[in-house]
Design a protein around this ligand. Sequence first.
Ligand SMILES: *[C@@H]1O[C@H](CO)[C@@H](O)[C@H](O)[C@H]1NC(C)=O
Ligand SMILES: *[C@@H]1O[C@H](CO)[C@@H](O)[C@H](O)[C@H]1NC(C)=O
Ligand SMILES: *[C@@H]1O[C@H](CO)[C@@H](O)[C@H](O)[C@H]1NC(C)=O
Ligand SMILES: *[C@@H]1O[C@H](CO)[C@@H](O)[C@H](O)[C@H]1NC(C)=O
Ligand SMILES: *[C@@H]1O[C@H](CO)[C@@H](O)[C@H](O)[C@H]1NC(C)=O
Ligand SMILES: *[C@@H]1O[C@H](CO)[C@@H](O)[C@H](O)[C@H]1NC(C)=O
Ligand SMILES: *[C@@H]1O[C@H](CO)[C@@H](O)[C@H](O)[C@H]1NC(C)=O
Ligand SMILES: *[C@@H]1O[C@H](CO)[C@@H](O)[C@H](O)[C@H]1NC(C)=O
Ligand SMILES: *[C@@H]1O[C@H](CO)[C@@H](O)[C@H](O)[C@H]1NC(C)=O
Ligand SMILES: *[C@@H]1O[C@H](CO)[C@@H](O)[C@H](O)[C@H]1NC(C)=O
Ligand SMILES: *[C@@H]1O[C@H](CO)[C@@H](O)[C@H](O)[C@H]1NC(C)=O
Ligand SMILES: *[C@@H]1O[C@H](CO)[C@@H](O)[C@H](O)[C@H]1NC(C)=O
Length: 389
Amino acid sequence: MGHKLNLVVAIIAVVLSSTVIIGPYHSFVKQFKELGAIIIPYISSSQGHHHHHHHHPQRKHPSKGDPINICDDFPPDFPPPDTNTTTTFCVDRNGCCNFTTVQSAVDAVANFSQKRTIIWINSGIYFEKVMVPRTKQNITFQGQGYTSTAIAWNDTANSSNGTFYSGSVQVFSNNFIAKNISFMNVAPIPRPGDVGAQAVAIRIAGDQAVFWGCGFFGAQDTLHDDRGRHYFKDCYIQGSIDFIFGNAKSLYENCQLISMASPVAPGLRVINGAVTAHGRASKDENSGFAFVNCNLGGTGRIWLGRAWRPFSRVVFALTSMTDIIAPEGWNDFNDPTRDQTIFYGEYNCSGAGSNMTLRAPYVQRLNDTQALPFLNSSFIDGDQWLQLY
Ligand SMILES: *[C@@H]1O[C@H](CO)[C@@H](O)[C@H](O)[C@H]1NC(C)=O
Ligand SMILES: *[C@@H]1O[C@H](CO)[C@@H](O)[C@H](O)[C@H]1NC(C)=O
Ligand SMILES: *[C@@H]1O[C@H](CO)[C@@H](O)[C@H](O)[C@H]1NC(C)=O
Ligand SMILES: *[C@@H]1O[C@H](CO)[C@@H](O)[C@H](O)[C@H]1NC(C)=O
Ligand SMILES: *[C@@H]1O[C@H](CO)[C@@H](O)[C@H](O)[C@H]1NC(C)=O
Ligand SMILES: *[C@@H]1O[C@H](CO)[C@@H](O)[C@H](O)[C@H]1NC(C)=O
Ligand SMILES: *[C@@H]1O[C@H](CO)[C@@H](O)[C@H](O)[C@H]1NC(C)=O
Ligand SMILES: *[C@@H]1O[C@H](CO)[C@@H](O)[C@H](O)[C@H]1NC(C)=O
Ligand SMILES: *[C@@H]1O[C@H](CO)[C@@H](O)[C@H](O)[C@H]1NC(C)=O
Ligand SMILES: *[C@@H]1O[C@H](CO)[C@@H](O)[C@H](O)[C@H]1NC(C)=O
Ligand SMILES: *[C@@H]1O[C@H](CO)[C@@H](O)[C@H](O)[C@H]1NC(C)=O
Ligand SMILES: *[C@@H]1O[C@H](CO)[C@@H](O)[C@H](O)[C@H]1NC(C)=O
């Protein structure tokens, strides 16, 4: 995010106690494994491994005495042939089907296709930076489970053209869908006082995007929910400072929101993270984040949100939160003029972090009527597009 945010982040970070930074790649992979992931190593032998951008599968029938072919277990007759409504491309790191990288499959998608292209991605961590341009609409990334399939890269704000371009995956097209896959940024976790170390896992800048059963792994600025209407269901989202940020209009249902900010000793009045930094800049913008039936936990001492821009709009409803939430709950970006224009609401939440007694004065305790517009997919005009999926 911009300079102003960096400054505030730096101020927050200064009060952090210093911690040993474990190489984030190893810690993410460890965490990934703890979640049940099977990490498939690269096959270094030439057998079954192809660097071609795409080709036909190299399957062969096993017979006695043949060396084991790594593609033998590959689903037979896959990918299926095109239908009137879908085309399926297959990505496998070990070269068992059409493509070995996700980007090469995206590149092969017809421009402005009205058909849906399902990019089926086999288990494994794909180390590549992936860009889905505006012309490649109607793409589905189908993984094998968010603890089995991941796309990972390690750009930071410094190593790319600023935070907005640091995403391991960047989606600029409309009608993008992802299922059962993770997006990771494995750049070094920012240390207290670091500048330019923000590292986005995915940027979603197209309209009508859907994420089912997906994982988002990073530290500062994990999920750049940039613009458009988006739906997240059953997702796992991890980060520290502003880990869901942007100016999209999004509904998050049944998601796990996990803070990985450093633990803060009881009694210390230190804040070292925020779940959201929503970027609504004027009253004419129809954007906002709604969290419904989510679980919020992890480590650190954090805010539910802070007002990146003056009309920031976020609602937490029917969500359970642990005691990592600071009693004031929210932050106006240290700019009291924003108190009149931000919209921060909570509705029927539970858990130690949901106690609203000491909340900042501008926080709204929503009643049933006020909460209603945020509680289902009507919030993102889902009746116009979501039921198609
Ligand atoms: C698909 O297209 C073909 C040729 O245009 C047509 O004959 C067939 O009925 C279509 N199938 C479906 C399921 O729409
Ligand atoms: C993918 O592989 C299948 C099966 O071999 C083949 O029919 C199809 O043409 C391939 N698609 C591309 C885009 O290479
Ligand atoms: C899509 O359009 C781009 C730029 O116009 C072109 O370079 C590319 O070859 C096209 N891709 C396909 C698969 O048609
Ligand atoms: C990303 O990882 C590669 C390989 O470890 C390393 O050479 C590169 O410097 C890293 N980039 C950043 C921005 O950390
Ligand atoms: C770099 O970032 C600036 C500011 O965000 C943007 O205007 C510009 O288009 C970006 N350049 C490229 C090559 O992406
Ligand atoms: C494909 O994308 C276009 C433009 O985003 C959209 O209008 C259309 O409904 C999409 N089609 C399918 C099959 O999802
Ligand atoms: C995701 O994977 C789980 C188990 O692997 C499966 O039950 C579920 O149907 C999959 N969902 C999607 C949307 O692919
Ligand atoms: C980012 O770049 C700035 C300016 O070059 C530098 O001062 C800073 O240390 C860099 N940050 C990181 C995390 O490398
Ligand atoms: C929210 O809480 C109020 C008061 O406790 C209750 O009347 C209402 O039914 C609850 N709404 C939902 C959707 O659980
Ligand atoms: C909520 O917090 C206030 C102030 O700390 C405390 O007095 C009250 O007991 C808490 N309520 C619950 C239900 O824990
Ligand atoms: C909810 O709050 C609004 C705004 O304060 C008020 O107009 C409305 O009567 C309330 N509705 C209920 C059901 O309490
Ligand atoms: C969502 O709630 C609204 C009330 O705000 C209701 O009119 C609408 O039918 C509901 N939509 C769905 C898809 O359940």
